[in-house]
Design a protein around this ligand. Structure first.
Ligand SMILES: CC(C)(COP(=O)(O)OP(=O)(O)OC[C@H]1O[C@@H](n2cnc3c(N)ncnc32)[C@H](O)[C@@H]1OP(=O)(O)O)[C@@H](O)C(=O)NCCC(=O)NCCS
Length: 186
């Protein structure tokens, strides 16, 4: 569907090849991609290719600040054909990252809350999976703050883009648990 999703500070919108320069600015930082399992971008052309060939899923969004509409990160719901965490039609995986200059302001949790609402209310999801590699405490915190619960730990999981193996912590959030959390937010 890929609608625009709007939060207090953010616009989540479809990626455009014109975002390549902004993507390169943040994806060329070695503190961003590798901890999430993908290599540092080497040049703007590579960022353009990623926009065309990777950020092209039906629910892949550029995370943009509302005030200027520029891409500063990414968030995506990955359905069964794009994740190995589920084979169910009513489940998906959530992935995200943010440019380093913007860390620590709760922006990704804000984007996650919005996309979870969209997943459960508009995409027919009953469960959202989300994982992080061992040691990624920032991502662990995002998932805790957004209500995810530990499900399993997978040792020696392949990280295909980096040609290595890591321990993955897999968390889950059911629609029921998400709905229960909404009651306390009002
Ligand atoms: C994980 C990530 C998306 C968090 O986004 P964010 O919008 O900064 O999230 P938050 O502001 O809620 O910060 C999350 C935690 O990171 C830590 N943190 C935030 N800013 C930090 C900084 N500048 N330096 C060190 N730690 C920091 C804090 O522990 C924070 O938790 P707290 O709110 O309980 O203090 C971002 O750090 C990132 O893109 N990291 C690299 C890519 C990545 O890991 N992607 C996820 C793969 S599973």
């Amino acid at each position: 569907m890929n609608l625009n999703l709007v939060t207090e500070r953010l616009l989540l919108r479809r990626w455009n090849e014109k975002d390549a320069e902004d993507l390169f600015r943040y994806a060329s930082d070695s503190d961003v991609g590798p901890i999430a399992g993908w290599p540092v971008h080497q040049n703007i052309q590579e960022s353009r290719e990623v926009i065309k060939n990777v950020f092209n899923g039906p629910e892949a969004y550029a995370v943009c600040l509302k005030k200027d509409g520029k891409a500063i990160g990414a968030i995506e719901l990955m359905f069964k054909d794009r994740t190995n965490l589920t084979e169910q039609d009513d489940e998906c995986e959530l992935g995200y990252w943010l440019g380093k200059p913007f860390w620590g302001n709760g922006l990704i949790p804000e984007a996650v809350e919005k996309i979870l609402q969209y997943a459960f209310e508009n995409c027919g999801m009953n469960k959202v999976w989300c994982g992080y590699y061992e040691g990624n405490l920032k991502s662990k915190r995002v998932q805790e703050k957004c209500g995810f619960k530990p499900h399993k730990i997978i040792k020696d999981s392949p990280v295909p883009l980096l040609n290595e193996k890591r321990t993955v912590y897999v968390n889950e959030l059911s629609k029921e648990d998400w709905e229960a959390r909404q009651v306390f937010k009002i």
